[in-house]
Ligand binder design. Structure first.
Ligand SMILES: CC(C)(COP(=O)(O)OP(=O)(O)OC[C@H]1O[C@@H](n2cnc3c(N)ncnc32)[C@H](O)[C@@H]1OP(=O)(O)O)[C@@H](O)C(=O)NCCC(=O)NCCS
Length: 233
């Protein structure tokens, strides 16, 4: 990854805490470098048809992405009018206390033409959140998302995360179906103020966690889980 790519895939305040945990075998700097290496090797790999995936700054990413989302038929409800200016400022100050973690902002290019974008980021507890993917309408239904999803999964697994997570409108089959085909699992439903009913999907990157999900749904796979050392009832 070029130095500029590294800067653009992470926030300015990306310095991790110097000590991770007593059982840590790698420094926070090593973990960050592993994230960059995995990003370069997997996420920035070209997609079918010679589509390039390039790292972007958050501003560059928004510049392309906002126009595509604004053109979508069903936008979110803007919650802004519910807050006073004072509340809005206070909320921004609160958010400033949260140090952003590792994150991906990328734009997909067909030559000089931007055709899509993706944003995902680190959450605590080894979880990675796939926040947002959009393709320009003319580039949909050509298998680009299927291919990019595989690359995101490989990048996230190689970076050391244990699970991936996403939230989608419950009727957005264009994104839910490819994820279910790729082994993602339904983990929750949520009523959100901005988007309405969302379905939560998860992809576990550890075999025992996949089995445990099934066990939590219907009690299956208990012997295999016990054999793996998990103390399930
Ligand atoms: C969601 C989105 C990124 C999918 O990208 P895409 O490149 O069109 O998807 P693909 O062509 O890779 O399709 C992958 C699979 O899903 C299936 N699929 C696509 N749309 C579908 C639909 N509406 N219903 C059912 N299956 C669908 C395809 O048949 C394909 O199956 P296959 O792998 O067996 O061939 C794209 O539709 C988009 O930009 N939508 C608007 C933005 C959005 O809603 N983003 C997701 C929320 S973050």
């Amino acid at each position: 990854m070029r130095a500029s790519d590294q800067r653009s895939s992470t926030p300015e305040h990306s310095a991790c805490a110097p000590r991770v945990a007593w059982y840590s075998r790698m420094s926070a700097d090593d973990a960050r470098q592993r994230f960059y290496d995995a990003t370069r090797r997997h996420l920035l790999a070209p997609l079918p048809g010679g589509i390039e995936v390039r790292a972007a700054t958050p501003d560059e990413w928004s510049h392309h992405t906002d126009a595509w989302w604004n053109a979508e038929a069903r936008g979110p409800i803007d919650l802004g009018p519910a807050y006073s200016d004072e509340m809005r400022a206070g909320l921004a100050d609160l958010d400033a206390c949260l140090a952003p973690g590792l994150r991906h902002h990328v734009v997909l290019w067909n030559g000089d033409e931007p055709i899509g974008s993706y944003h995902g980021e680190q959450e605590p507890w080894g979880r990675y959140y796939m926040v947002n993917t959009i393709l320009a309408p003319a580039w949909r239904s050509r298998g680009l998302y299927r291919a990019m999803l595989g690359n995101v999964e490989r990048a996230v697994a190689a970076a050391g995360f244990r699970e991936m997570y996403s939230r989608h409108r419950a009727d957005n089959n264009a994104v839910i179906v490819p994820k279910l085909k790729a082994g993602w699992l339904i983990s929750a439903f949520e009523v959100t103020l901005k988007y309405g009913l969302l379905v939560h999907l998860k992809k576990y990157l550890v075999d025992e966690l996949v089995r445990l999900h099934g066990y939590r749904v219907d009690g299956g796979d208990a012997p295999a889980l016990r054999a793996a050392g998990l103390r399930v009832p």
